[in-house]
Design a protein around this ligand. Structure first.
Ligand SMILES: NC(=O)c1ccc[n+]([C@@H]2O[C@H](COP(=O)([O-])OP(=O)(O)OC[C@H]3O[C@@H](n4cnc5c(N)ncnc54)[C@H](OP(=O)(O)O)[C@@H]3O)[C@@H](O)[C@H]2O)c1
Length: 278
């Protein structure tokens, strides 16, 4: 689609941008796939907020220059941050919240009036908020988390903060699970996590898949469900496909499932609140 063919939005539904409008951005490269403007702008309009969220395309080699310019703009409020900038933006921030410190990555950055930048990561708290929104309370749960990548780090912290009774982490590369267990204890003072690579899923309240297995046709299942108890909640974080083979297998066995989209849906309010947009 060329720029001239771009989608026409009826004038009455467009946010009204004036000289007083406060500007927020979603920063990425490439930027055409970002969803934050479509998520935030209708909320700004519905709430009568004099704000707009725009896409900010920052090639990695220009990121520092782009950020310097945004810092200098008094009417700039903050950024939603996505691929490939989550880690470099964390390095550029003046302060980081707990989830960002544990993961080394941010997905939201607030720009204060003095030009200072404050980042945090809401992947994990979004996951926990999604569980609660769907009626599942993680406090006291015995959880098996499969995977120990970036999303797993954030989710592990949020589950511990939410008060899970026990968190076992199973990962192909056991050393990465060990590293999360150590970071939870050293950086956040949480001691309910342990490495449990090769766990069969029996006897836990919830199994969370944080691996990328399920993104592609023909992927192996993150964990087979043969040994899993009938009451175990099967939680996915992959969003596309919405119903992974693992979720389909769980549903065919009559198990209760929780979909990946809830984690992202619940981050809108968390990110918007942090950057001062909502
Ligand atoms: N719903 C949301 O809002 C949301 C947000 C963030 C991410 N996600 C999804 O979460 C998934 C993980 O993201 P991430 O950023 O954490 O990725 P990551 O840091 O690359 O971690 C990938 C994880 O998957 C494991 N893995 C990959 N291939 C494997 C295989 N063939 N066999 C066994 N384990 C394998 C890795 O194990 P090793 O350590 O052994 O390599 C690692 O634990 C992605 O699918 C992403 O789309 C969803």
């Amino acid at each position: 689609m060329s720029q001239n063919d771009s989608v026409k939005i009826p004038a009455e539904t467009m946010p009204w941008v004036t000289g007083t409008t406060r500007v927020f951005g979603t920063i990425a490269h490439p930027v055409d796939h970002v969803r934050a403007p479509m998520a935030f702008n209708p909320v700004f309009a519905a709430r009568g907020l004099d704000q707009v969220m725009v896409p900010v395309d920052a090639p990695p080699e220009a990121l520092a220059d782009v950020v310097t310019a945004l810092r200098a703009m008094p009417n700039f409020g903050g950024l939603a941050v996505t691929i490939p900038h989550k880690m470099e933006m964390a390095r550029l921030c003046d302060t980081l919240g707990p989830e960002a410190r544990l993961t080394g990555a941010v997905n939201a950055v607030r720009f204060d009036a003095d030009g200072s930048m404050h980042g945090d990561n809401f992947d994990g708290s979004g996951f926990v908020a999604g569980l609660r929104q769907q009626g599942y309370e993680p406090a006291g749960m015995d959880v098996l988390m499969v995977g120990a990548g970036g999303a797993a780090r954030a989710i592990a912290l949020a589950l511990c903060e939410a008060g899970v009774g026990r968190l076992r982490i199973s990962n192909r590369t056991a050393a990465k699970a060990d590293a999360i267990v150590a970071a939870l204890a050293d950086l956040a003072g949480h001691h309910q996590a342990e490495t449990a690579t090769g766990h069969d899923g029996a006897g836990v309240d919830m199994i969370v898949n944080t691996t990328s297995l399920g993104l592609h046709d023909g992927d192996a299942l993150p964990i087979t469900l043969d040994a899993v108890d009938a009451a175990t909640l099967i939680a996915e974080i992959i969003m596309i496909p919405e119903r992974t083979d693992w979720l389909a297998d769980a549903e065919a066995r009559g198990l209760t499932t929780h979909y990946g989209r809830h984690m992202l849906d619940c981050q809108l309010d968390l990110i918007g609140g942090f950057i001062g947009a909502l």
